[in-house]
Ligand binder design. Structure first.
Ligand code: PLP
Length: 388
């Protein structure tokens, strides 16, 4: 082992020991933090090939054959620690985003980025302001850390209400969380409004911009909040390889923020992503073809769902993501029961919008089953009984 690697290993071991000590002392809310996943997805494991899983906004086409090849080659290095591979991917991501490597932190999925941010910023006494409904990981982690969470309802169009969010910020607000495009609503904040809001709020607090679905945005030149990081603002941006790159199972994502913020956050990481995930992320960034293919397939799948919903006059948002959010007019427990009769698993309930459904895009074949299932559900709504 080279001396640099030994040092890094000792650092990682020290951090892990530190984390265990914090855990034992019930500090940092670690005792309350639960892994983030939809419990329903655990009940329907992916190995159940009979179920069409449209509940977790995954990309069914990934990983591409090129990425698979690169992962297979990476097996030769799987007996090695990944320390030396992390800086190279960090450099690659920094180059892509137009920042320095010191602005980038590779994380185990963007979920780890959300978790370590809550641990670093949202201890007892702090406040988080968040839209509602939204991707719940950050509000949940914040509460587990003992912070108070202001949940600000989305507006009548199910868009994030920036004005109301700003009004809820106080001197105790440690962070504003914005998921844009938002999960589960699929809506996006107009570009100028988002930039102005984040610029203003970053003078008062830290802004966390969750951009998990950024690649799916179909508005030309829509700005990433990484632009504000480049201007040294108090903004943290999360990105992931789980969506358009189709690598959700490999758990790799990253944060972009000012170097002082990255330094503060990295202390809370316990370990590095694994060798295969690093190789896959590298390869995925090399390959434009699969990226474009995924985007195109997603557009086609969304229009198949939207056209069917439109033919029944069902309300849906104009989703800028890889899922559709629509009003079923019945409780989600009843509607998901109907879809399960076609072996289709849709998203969970998103309170208070419990008569809406979030359905992820799947393969063309899967979408054909969805169209059939939707037609049967809405042509004759009373014909199928709820399984709940
Ligand atoms: C808005 C948002 N952020 C983050 C994540 C977590 O993604 P990952 O941890 O796979 O990067 C998801 C997953 O669905 C999401 O919807």
């Amino acid at each position: 082992m080279q001396s640099i690697n030994r040092r890094q290993w000792l650092k990682a071991a020290g951090l892990a020991t530190g984390a265990v000590t914090l855990w034992n002392n019930n500090l940092y809310g670690l005792n309350n933090i639960k892994p983030y996943y939809d419990e329903g997805d655990v009940l329907f494991p992916y190995s159940d090939q009979n179920t069409i899983r449209l509940s977790a906004n995954e990309n069914p086409y990934g990983p591409s054959s090129y990425v698979r090849e690169k992962m297979v080659s990476a097996f030769d290095r799987a007996c090695r620690y990944p320390f030396s591979e992390v800086p190279e991917l960090t450099r690659r991501i920094a180059e892509k985003e137009g920042v320095s490597p010191e602005h980038v932190l590779i994380t185990v999925g963007s979920t780890e980025g959300l978790k370590i941010t809550a641990l670093a910023y949202l201890q007892k006494g702090g406040e988080l302001v968040s839209p509602d409904p939204t991707f719940e990981a950050m509000p949940n982690y914040a509460e587990a850390c003992g912070a108070f969470v202001h949940r600000v309802p989305v507006n009548d169009e199910l868009g994030i209400d920036l004005e109301a969010i700003e009004k809820r910020c106080t001197n105790d607000t440690k962070m504003v969380f914005i998921c844009n495009p938002n999960n589960p609503t699929g809506t996006i904040i107009p570009a100028d409004e988002m930039t102005h809001f984040c610029t203003r709020m970053a003078q008062r607090t830290t802004v966390f911009s969750d951009e998990a679905y950024f690649d799916y945005i179909d508005i030309k030149n829509y700005p990433s909040m990484i632009n504000l990081v480049k201007n040294d603002l108090n903004v943290i941006v999360a990105r992931t390889f789980s969506k358009v790159y189709g690598l959700a199972g490999l758990r790799i994502g990253y944060l972009v923020a000012r170097p002082d913020i990255i330094k503060r956050l990295e202390k809370f990481q316990v370990d590095n992503p694994n060798m295969l995930a690093l190789a896959a992320a590298h390869a995925a960034m090399d390959e434009k073809k699969f990226y474009e293919f995924s985007l195109q397939k997603n557009i086609e799948a969304k229009s198949m769902i939207n056209n069917t919903l439109d033919s029944f006059g069902l309300r849906h948002t104009r989703s800028q993501t890889n899922f559709v959010f629509f009003k079923t007019g019945m409780d989600i427990s009843v509607f998901s029961g109907k879809m399960m009769q076609h072996k289709i698993r849709v998203g969970r309930a998103f309170k208070p919008l419990t008569d809406w459904c979030r359905i992820s895009t799947g393969t063309t074949e899967e979408m054909e089953s969805v169209v059939t299932a939707l037609k049967q559900s809405f042509l004759n709504p009373s014909s199928v009984k709820s399984t709940h």
